[in-house]
Design a protein around this ligand. Structure first.
Ligand SMILES: [Zn+2]
Ligand SMILES: [Zn+2]
Length: 544
């Protein structure tokens, strides 16, 4: 164990103690030990307790703790205190600029227990209201958290997708094809991977890209901390390598026997591979194992595309925790050429998100009526994101629920349930006659929170029986329903609504990341609720 590692343990110990508001004198002792050891370059493992006690900042009690660290790998007091705080809260201490006092506030006042939950809370504007924070702090924190998450080696597809144009601009010859998990558009991945037939040439005066390593035909670069791997492959092998790097293993082994004798040098496009297989063409993102069961009936032209989305469902405004007004949100949807918009601010039990009391609901409806006159024929619908209470009930009386155009029912509290309880809670909400859409069904946050365990087949069956649509929440951190459940839902006749859950104007366009995930799962236009034209949509609204 290095001196630096030991020093860091003291730092962490002091920070967690400060977070728990423990004895200030002891905290100072450990901070001093950290400061002293940080610069100490004689290996501690060769020193006696007496010698260690003489290091500036280190007294006898800290010297004993160094000994513990050397013997057991960790200071005992540190192991013990970690038990008192959720590990995600400890992790927040690693974010630059978030000291123990702020972390304590976030944990105790907002009940946030992980880094991505915190990022999500920034996204939902929940930090603005906290004392000592504000819009600007929230924006800075968002950047810092993103930076921290990137340093963990796992990235959201959405972020890599956004980075691609910057990467391409830095090369002379980016005639590259995406492959690997990036090509397959998995929601979480560890690098951007490309295939190319030419050695990549970095532009002279660019500062974005660093060459990390060349290993055979594999050229590794880095851009903003994200690994970029390019494989340089000779023309004759290009299509073969591309094919093999653009599908799941199960898919490849299924198709392998029919491709053993082909001359890959003759293949110009991957469409010809499907001709050889005598199977319908599949875009790269659909070359997954689930497709093997329905491949023959598959038509890639039926898949949902961003242009098929007609309406933007599930959005927030300043009426609850959004940062733009209802009118600003509606205007933005119209500007983006959508033909309808469903506002669904938080409901009355969502105190943390300024949820709508019945009285405020009536005021919001007045504003919506006014807007609908003003913006005709564009239409804003009266929706709500109603909290699913612990017992599965929704949090308004039926008298109110029946007046909405649309109720999205979502779980936001008490997330630690076992599978049976969680499944029953959701089924009760699905059976509520006013529920039309089940919002972010598992509550997961990618890179951070798994979501409560569910018997998803039972949930799908309940949605089918009650004519309830399942949301694919398009926020890149959610993408919940997971793409792997889309085919089973369609099989039972359950529709999917691709909803941005926007808390700002900018958030509306997240709907496109939902479309990407939906295509991966094979969602067709027919099964996408918000691909309905406005008149079909109105018919659907009246159908229950
Ligand atoms: Zn929600
Ligand atoms: Zn929402």
């Amino acid at each position: 164990m290095t001196n630096k590692e030991i020093a860091k343990q003291f730092d962490l110990l002091a920070s967690i103690m400060e977070l728990l508001e423990e004895n200030a004198f002891k905290i100072r002792t450990y901070q001093n030990a950290y400061l002293g050891l940080r610069k100490w370059d004689i290996p501690l493992k060769n020193m006696s307790i007496e010698e260690m006690s003489a290091i500036p900042g280190v007294g006898k009690s800290s010297a004993e703790k160094i000994q513990e660290a050397l013997q057991n790998g960790e200071i005992q007091a540190l192991s013990a205190i970690k038990e008192k705080v959720p590990s995600g809260v400890v992790e927040m201490l690693k974010i630059n600029g978030l000291g123990p006092k702020k972390v304590r506030q976030i944990w105790k006042e907002l009940g946030i227990e992980s880094v991505v939950e915190l990022l999500y809370a920034c996204n939902e504007n929940r930090l603005i209201e906290v004392k000592g924070f504000g819009l600007k702090t929230q924006q800075e924190l968002t950047q810092k958290i993103n930076f921290y998450l990137q340093s963990q080696g796992q990235f959201l597809y959405a972020n890599l997708d956004k980075l691609e144009s910057t990467v391409f601009l830095a090369f002379e010859n980016p005639f590259w094809t995406r492959v690997g998990l990036f090509g397959r558009q998995l929601p979480v991945l560890n690098q951007m991977e490309y295939l190319t037939s030419e050695i990549p040439v970095v532009k002279r005066d660019q500062s974005e890209i660093t060459l990390v390593k060349v290993d055979g035909n594999r050229w590794s670069f880095e851009c903003q901390g994200i690994p970029i791997i390019t494989y340089v492959v000779d023309g004759d092998d290009f299509e073969k390598v591309k094919w093999e790097m653009s599908a799941s293993e199960e898919f490849l082994s299924f198709t392998q026997k029919d491709l053993t004798n082909i001359d890959w040098a003759d293949i110009m496009y991957d469409k010809s591979i499907f001709e050889i297989l005598k199977k319908p063409y599949l875009p790269v993102e659909c070359r997954e194992s689930y497709i093997l069961d329905h491949w023959d009936g598959f038509n890639s032209l039926d898949l949902i595309t961003p242009g098929d989305i007609k309406g933007i469902v599930h959005n927030h405004s300043t009426w609850s925790d959004g940062i733009h007004t209802l009118e600003e949100m509606a205007m933005e949807c119209r500007r983006l050429d959508y033909s309808y918009f469903v506002i669904s601010d938080h409901s009355k039990s969502a105190g943390y998100a300024n949820g709508l009391s019945v009285e405020r609901l009536f005021q919001q409806w007045e504003e919506i009526d006014f807007l609908n006159k003003k913006m005709e024929p564009f239409k804003t619908y009266k929706g709500i994101e109603s909290d699913i209470l612990v017992d599965g009930r929704l949090d308004y009386e039926d008298e109110i629920l029946k007046q909405f155009d649309l109720v999205v029912a979502s779980v936001h509290s008490v997330l630690n349930m076992d599978e049976e309880k969680a499944t029953q809670r959701l089924i009760t909400a699905i059976e509520n006659p006013y529920t039309r859409i089940l919002g972010h069904p598992t509550g997961r946050l990618l890179l951070s929170r798994k979501g409560y365990p569910l018997d998803m087949l039972k949930i799908i069956d309940a949605c089918a029986a009650n004519n309830v649509v399942i949301e694919l929440n398009a926020n890149p951190y959610r993408l919940d329903l997971d793409w792997t459940w889309i085919a089973p839902a369609m099989k039972k006749g359950v529709m999917i609504s691709i909803n941005p859950d926007a808390h700002s104007r900018g958030g509306i366009q997240d709907v496109n990341y939902g479309v990407i995930a939906a295509r991966k799962g094979g969602l067709t236009k027919e099964f996408c609720l918000n691909a309905k034209s406005q008149s079909e949509w109105e018919t659907w609204l009246r159908s229950k």
